[in-house]
Design a binder for this molecule. Structure first.
Ligand SMILES: [Zn+2]
Length: 226
């Protein structure tokens, strides 16, 4: 689930409160979020799998960071994988999934209208997850989910960072257009729109980094020396 302890810890990294090389201290994180050390340890383990955190021998966890080139390569790969899922889903989704997709877009319209950022983030997970399932290819789904997990701390920042004025209307419109192509069985259009959608997320993210680089709450990417 998106806005969990894992995301809260990831946010500390993205806000620059925890910087690359900093150690994640289970004790102070547990105290800060008012939980026991067990969920903190689990969240750190999951972040280790996502690539945001590096778990070193003898279980000390430190903050890792993608540099800009790595981040854009990750999104390039994600764009292709998501585009393939959308294309397959356009021809393979079953009737129940099509109904679910229609319902999701209707809910998304409502979420966007009331600017509910955390609901929009969950919606984004659900929307892409539904297309991963609809592609009917377990290997493709596995790759899509693993890739998504790696970039989620970055893409989710657009929804979770207070200093970012999230535009929820644009991703909603893009999701709606992709869904329309999928429901029409137009694999080529679905994949083109999906590729554009993921590229747009990267552009927004880079703009976010640029805009906030000078501020104290700026998320840190390696190579940002401004
Ligand atoms: Zn999306």
């Amino acid at each position: 689930m998106p806005h969990t302890l894992r995301q809260k810890i990831a946010d500390l990294v993205l806000k620059g409160e925890l910087k690359p090389g900093d150690r994640l201290d289970e004790h102070s994180l547990a105290a800060r979020f008012g939980v026991s050390r067990t969920p903190v340890r689990e969240a750190i383990r999951q972040l280790g799998a996502s690539g945001l955190i590096e778990i070193r021998p003898r279980r000390s966890a430190v903050v890792r960071s993608f540099d800009r080139a790595e981040l854009s390569e990750a999104f390039e790969a994600m764009g292709e994988i998501e585009a393939l899922c959308a294309a397959r889903a356009a021809v393979r989704m079953n009737e129940a999934e099509r109904l679910r997709l229609r319902a999701l877009i209707a809910t998304s319209e409502d979420i966007s209208a009331r600017t509910d950022r955390s609901a929009a983030l969950e919606m984004d997970f659900e929307f892409h997850g539904l297309l991963h399932d609809g592609a009917r290819n377990w290997m493709l789904k596995t790759v899509a989910e693993e890739t998504r997990l790696k970039i989620t701390p970055y893409s989710a920042a657009l929804f979770t960072m207070e200093s970012y004025n999230a535009d929820l209307e644009r991703p909603h419109r893009q999701h709606a257009d992709i869904a329309e192509a999928v429901l029409a069985g137009d694999a080529e259009r679905a994949s083109t729109l999906m590729r554009e959608h993921i590229a747009q997320v990267l552009i927004s993210l880079q703009k976010f980094f640029d805009d906030t680089a000078a501020r104290s709450d700026a998320p840190k990417v390696k190579g940002d020396n401004r």
